[in-house]
Design a protein around this ligand. Structure first.
Ligand code: THU
Length: 159
């Protein structure tokens, strides 16, 4: 028997330590969370992306009375970016959440969103950094694949 060890390297920052571009996305993600449509969970998630062309787009979770018909903030935003600029890579995705009007300590994305994040990264053939925004700290993940080890992706279907 052989064992395989998978390692994940994530950088942890105090919010005050973030470089300007990350701070901008941090604020944009929290700002976007304010406009979430989340009457059922009351968990307001926002996401912001920096595109290769310098543009920042944002989105949030959109819930539905038929629960599974709703969509997370990350997917809303990545699909929006893909729809607006299909040929422009996404460089950074920032995610933040608010509950009861307060910034949530830290948000980590659900499995379905990780799969879509992976697709975005593979679609453009370059890493998409992910900034997980907390109240006082932010975690910088170097690429979507880091969040989804042993993944099923594009190369399983297209070689
Ligand atoms: N949600 C997101 O938007 N992103 C996440 O990473 C986790 C969960 C949303 C889905 C649902 O509207 C609410 O948060 C509660 O699960």
């Amino acid at each position: 028997m052989k064992a395989l060890r998978l390692e994940t390297r994530v950088e942890l920052f105090e919010v005050g330590e973030l470089d300007a571009v990350y701070k901008r996305l941090y604020e944009a993600a929290f700002e976007a969370s304010r406009k979430a449509y989340a009457p059922y969970s009351k968990f307001h998630v926002g996401a912001a992306v920096l595109l290769e062309n310098g543009e920042i787009l944002s989105g949030n979770n959109q819930e539905n009375a038929a629960y599974p018909s709703g969509l997370c903030a990350e997917r809303t935003t990545l699909f929006y970016a893909g729809a607006r600029y299909p040929d422009v890579p996404v460089r950074i995705l920032a995610i933040a959440a608010m509950k009861d009007g307060e910034r949530v300590d830290l948000i980590t994305p659900c499995g379905a969103c990780r799969q879509v994040m992976l697709e975005t990264e593979q679609r453009y053939g370059q890493p998409m950094e992910v900034l997980l925004c907390g109240k006082e700290v932010a975690y910088l993940v170097p690429g979507a694949a880091t969040l989804l080890p042993f993944c099923f992706g594009k190369s399983d279907l297209i070689r």
